[in-house]
Design a protein. Structure first.
Lengths: 115, 361
């Protein structure tokens, strides 16, 4: 769930930059982060998520849907556990390549830690 | 305050080791002797001596191939965690093969409790306790923390009473948590202490012997939360140093010092641990802060002597016995202590039952 401090404009700006920089995984889903003026990443979700995932609608006419993405696989009942709740490595590699995050922040996020 | 750059000196306090064939994601103690253990971004672990000389490697320790974010050793088993799984690997059998199981849940690291159990922080999923040698069919207990609002990112196991493990944890906005674990006991209580706006990211032991329950947690903004006795202290003191900059990643304590790894460097708070763990009032002393120019994502202590940090393409090794004397700092740094006035601590306590997860072979 998005933090209440992340308004729709901010949410859209994260999406917009992800789209512009083509920060996507193998499925074409987009990913973005929000940095503060110091370059450190801000939390965007109520459980300290720092990466947003945006998935397309079921048809091309449907809008994209975005939400804060947990950097690690979550625990859950075996019948409801999502096998991959984490953005893949290529997403973070792409973020470094376009200067969205630093190599050190990539390393932190790859370990599931705050950056 | 200008950061201090330590020279890369084989005989000095600081050495930088570039690794061309191993992108390190974690560094800590070697389970089989003096030296280090390294985890890689592609799910390997490597053993080295203190000069980072190769001594052995295990490939494929992570079932997912994800970056290793924690390694711990207990009895004849090694636990390796990633953001996708928790893996248990035995010491090699006679035929040279390792026995291994994987638990498909993301973790933030792993430590060992005095009972020998691996203690694994699972974020909002809680705290998992894995017995060394657990088989694929054995249920693995998990103490949930979500109801208490804890997002457990680091744990500090301490010896409790009557063979019980006391578990202190950093729970982000949920604050500092404390619970107990004892094998076979299905119910547990979880107490938390939090202040609005304080994001608790790590916790470490300050004291020893008679002060063995002196603990410090740390906020992401550098706020130290000092418990003289974690069992009884319900209004911990909070302090912050003006010269500590950046987002805090790690707090460690050794040789009476406190070390803060942040996004802006490694800050040595000289003799702070020995003073905080003792009976000296905070107002009665100054603390020298040594800001070291370091770019590292994580760090761990190895014994009493070494601090190893994970850089990009390199491992940074600090010899704590050779660190520069703290009295080289300026008066401005010495007076950098800020006593924070925090809102009243909010305390909660819940009673819960353990859940159980299953491993896979």
């Amino acid at each position: 769930m998005w933090l209440t401090s992340i308004d729709r404009d901010t949410e859209f700006s994260i999406f917009d930059l992800a789209d512009l920089r083509e920060i996507m995984d193998e499925r074409g889903w987009l990913y973005g982060v929000l940095a503060n003026s110091d370059g450190d990443l801000r939390d965007i979700g109520t459980w300290n998520e720092q990466v947003a995932e945006f998935q397309p609608g079921s048809t091309e006419a449907d809008p994209w849907h975005g939400y804060p993405k947990w950097p690690v696989d979550e625990i859950g009942p075996p019948n409801r556990r999502k096998p991959k709740c984490r953005p893949t490595r290529v997403v973070f590699d792409r973020m470094v390549a376009v200067g969205m995050i630093s190599p050190l922040q990539r390393k932190r996020l790859l370990n599931g830690r705050h950056a | 305050m200008n950061p201090v750059v330590l020279p890369d000196d084989p005989a000095g306090a600081f050495r930088r080791f570039h690794l061309s064939d191993f992108e390190v994601s974690w560094a800590g103690p070697n389970p089989v002797g003096e030296g280090f253990c390294l985890g890689s971004e592609d799910g390997r672990i490597r053993f080295t001596d203190t000069q980072l000389t190769y001594q052995g490697e295990i490939k494929g320790v992570s079932a997912s191939g994800e970056a290793v974010n924690g390694v711990a050793h207990s009895q004849q088993w090694t636990a390796v965690t990633t953001r996708a799984d928790v893996n248990l690997i035995s010491r090699p059998k006679a035929e040279g093969l390792h026995e291994a199981i994987a638990i498909p849940v993301g973790a933030f690291g792993v430590t060992v409790a005095s009972s020998g159990h691996f203690v694994v922080p699972l974020g909002r999923g809680g705290i998992m306790y894995v017995k060394p040698g657990s088989g694929p069919e054995d249920p693995v207990p998990v103490g949930g923390t979500e109801k208490a609002g804890l997002n457990v990112c680091r744990v500090l196991p301490l010896p409790g009473q009557d063979g019980t493990d006391l578990i202190v944890c950093a729970g982000r906005a949920g604050g500092v948590g404390m619970t107990t674990f004892r094998e076979g006991v299905g119910n547990y209580s979880l107490s938390t202490l939090r202040v609005d706006g304080l994001d608790v990211v790590d916790v470490c032991l300050l004291g020893a012997r008679e002060n063995r329950f002196a603990v410090s947690a740390v906020g992401r903004d550098g706020t130290l939360i000092i418990f003289r006795d974690i069992l009884y202290d319900r209004s911990p003191r909070t302090i912050k140093f003006r010269s500590v900059r950046g987002t805090v990643y790690r707090i460690l304590s050794s040789q009476g010092h406190v070390f803060l790894l942040t996004s802006k460097g490694l800050f040595v708070l000289a003799r702070l641990a020995e003073r905080l763990a003792g009976d000296i009032l905070l107002e009665k002393f100054n603390t020298d802060v040594l800001p070291l120019q370091v770019a590292a994502a994580d760090a761990n202590l190895v014994g009493e002597r070494w601090l190893v940090a994970v850089g990009v393409g390199e491992v940074l090794r600090f010899d704590l016995q050779k660190m520069p004397p703290p009295d080289t700092q300026t008066q401005e740094d010495r007076n950098g202590l800020v006593h924070l006035t925090t809102a009243p601590w909010m305390e909660s306590r819940i009673e819960q039952s353990m859940q159980h997860l299953a491993a896979t072979g």
